[in-house]
Design a protein around this ligand. Sequence first.
Ligand SMILES: *[C@@H]1O[C@H](CO)[C@@H](O)[C@H](O)[C@H]1NC(C)=O
Ligand SMILES: *[C@@H]1O[C@H](CO)[C@@H](O)[C@H](O)[C@H]1NC(C)=O
Length: 249
Amino acid sequence: MLRGLVVCFILGANALEPGCINNWPSRFDYERTLLEKLVYLEQFKSETTAKLAAQQQQMQELYSILRPQAASTYVNWGMQTCPNVTGTTQVYTGQVAGGHYSHAGSGEYICLPNDPEYDQYNDTIDEWRSSLYGAEYETDFINFKALYNHDVPCSVCLSKGKTTLMIPGRISCYTGWIKEYQGYLMGEYYKSNGKGYVCMNKEAESMPSSNAGMNGALFYPVEGRCGSLKCPPYTDGRELACVVCSFST
Ligand SMILES: *[C@@H]1O[C@H](CO)[C@@H](O)[C@H](O)[C@H]1NC(C)=O
Ligand SMILES: *[C@@H]1O[C@H](CO)[C@@H](O)[C@H](O)[C@H]1NC(C)=O
């Protein structure tokens, strides 16, 4: 009786079913049913394993779509190349340009590619236009002295999986950030029309054969002037450094 109940239990039948108690299953029926059950379970297991694997892969794909794929670009002012930092590649190299230092309507400093493409144009010099000039170092400061009047190159860099930040007044990055490059803060002469500040790479180069002194957009080191600028921590008359940092997201 006990064996019959155990068998009924294994076979998944209701032990209190009259048939289960009264009709002792033959050994053949018992083994056949057990085998069928095993085959079913085996199949169930392999199907479930395959389904699970497919779902896991689907989830992985969803994650890669949903995960923010950060990337950041910045200009390496004064350099034709991009820093040798993991994840940083060059988008293009070019020359710095901007509005003329003496023009009131000047635009900001921009990095113009060396392989321009034009759409429609008219080569007449027109009055009703905005104008763009090449940029020169106007610098009598440390290694920039040798670059005086030289034209300024630039490169645009892509920092993959990262966000980037220029910090004026620092030569090192804050914890968790990696240095892309460091340099000196530069802008137009204080009596000219400004076009913002940029972080000129401290290893700045010049465009090949370009020391004509034609003027145009110009770069000067930037000094702090105490007053509403807090001193300390800043110092009157001191040239400000800068650093460009990246952070892996
Ligand atoms: C970049 O940096 C790595 C690691 O410091 C060095 O092995 C490699 O030679 C550098 N590449 C260039 C082009 O400077
Ligand atoms: C180009 O501009 C000038 C001055 O505005 C005009 O006289 C000339 O017809 C223009 N040329 C063309 C091809 O449109």
